[in-house]
Design a protein around this ligand. Structure first.
Ligand code: SF4
Length: 371
């Protein structure tokens, strides 16, 4: 049976859907206008702070005030550079779609809306046959989202790091911890969210719930934005039980009813979909302890506390020499391989195999109600 506290509580009459991971995450730029003190920066070191250092170990913090929490320990051997909308990028997308069965791309950063050619990147990705979504902190959406929507952006996840200037300032580097700066960022986020919903983009607010003290933040979010913005609460692995208890409290306080569960074979993330008394949906995203059987077995982080994200899926980077690199874990960037090497490797086979075995395991473990 699947061992996960959230799943163990699922009423078997609730529909459970098992799909298969087909999403490729792509880091398109390293720049970001925020300095959040928990940022993993997709596993890469902050480029601007490390450009004069020779490859690894990189520093996890520097003069910019930004951090990359795994950079000093994850064995990264390259810094990331912006991805450009070139034929080479399109070729990469084609090769990865054909050999890995991806059909969706998720653009990340840094902050992807700071990429000056983001609409062109979306166009190339759409032409390569993918659906496209992005994760954004909202600081620059007002300038670029209209063109992104025209280029075919389908979905945007807004990361909410604070619902008030004081909350946001608390998680920024000390030098930038002023409520004036934080107000500016929150106002920009508000404008981006309004624009995205006006444009008809599927928009979602992602908010991490580390403990019970943060429960009111979610209430403020629900009050502040229209139901056109769906809200997704993320459990915090670093906070373990405290985070899961806070989610339980939120669900109880709101009187939310579990409607369905969405499991994704071949990746650790899964979703529990609730309905609030007024009819508004609320999603909670959890992490299952998923591992690549061979690669993870030799990993020094392979235990219930150090492996923080579990196996989450494939990421694509472009390094400063122009080589496209495939990553399988932000805590083990030493496992990154250039695209062609990855496609001929045992790890690629292992990723494909995991999707199948995990799908079989999930459909056998959770029934009836599985579709
Ligand atoms: S997912 Fe695998 S490779 Fe990554 S930290 Fe966990 S055990 Fe290690």
């Amino acid at each position: 049976m699947i061992r996960h506290r959230a799943l163990e509580k699922v009423d078997t009459s609730v529909p459970v859907t098992v799909t298969t991971d087909r999403t490729l995450r792509i880091k398109v730029i390293d720049s970001c206008g925020m300095t959040c003190n928990f940022c993993h920066n997709e596993g890469t070191a902050v480029s601007v702070d490390n450009r004069r250092r020779s490859p690894g170990p990189y520093s996890g913090s520097g003069a910019s005030g930004r951090v990359s929490i795994y950079a000093a320990t994850n064995g990264a051997r390259f810094l990331s550079a912006p991805i450009l909308p070139t034929g080479e990028f399109q070729n990469c997308l084609d090769r990865l779609r054909e050999s890995m069965g991806f059909n969706e791309v998720h653009l990340t950063g840094g902050e992807p809306t700071l990429h000056p050619r983001l609409p062109a990147l979306i166009t190339v990705t759409r032409q390569a046959g993918y659906r496209v979504s992005i994760t954004s902190n909202g600081e620059n959406g007002e300038r670029v989202l209209t063109d992104c929507a025209k280029a075919g952006l389908g979905h945007i996840n807004f990361s909410i790091f604070g619902t008030t200037p004081q909350e946001l300032a608390l998680v920024q580097h000390a030098r930038f911890r002023t409520s004036g700066l934080a107000s500016g960022k929150i106002n920009a986020l508000d404008r981006s969210i309004r624009l995205a919903t006006d444009l008809g983009l599927e928009s979602r607010a992602n908010i991490v719930l580390p403990n019970r003290k943060h429960v009111d933040r979610v209430r403020r979010l629900l009050d502040k934005y229209t139901p056109a913005l769906s809200v997704r609460v993320l459990s915090s692995l670093a906070d373990g039980q405290e985070s899961l208890d806070a989610i339980d409290q939120l669900i109880n306080d709101l009187g939310a009813e579990l409607e369905s569960v969405g499991l994704i074979a071949g990746t650790s993330g899964f979703r529990m979909n609730y309905r609030l008394p007024g009819g508004r949906p609320l999603t909670v995203k959890h992490i299952r302890p998923t591992r690549l059987p061979v690669t993870c077995s030799g990993c020094r982080f392979n235990n219930s506390t150090d492996c923080e994200e579990s196996y989450y899926g494939i990421r694509l980077y472009r390094d400063t020499s122009g080589t496209f690199q495939v990553g399988i874990c932000i805590q083990r960037m030493d496992l990154c391989l250039p695209v062609e090497e990855f496609l001929g490797s045992d790890i690629r086979e292992e990723v494909i195999r995991l999707r199948t075995t995990d799908h079989d395991h999930l459909t056998r473990s959770i029934s009836p109600g599985v579709t």
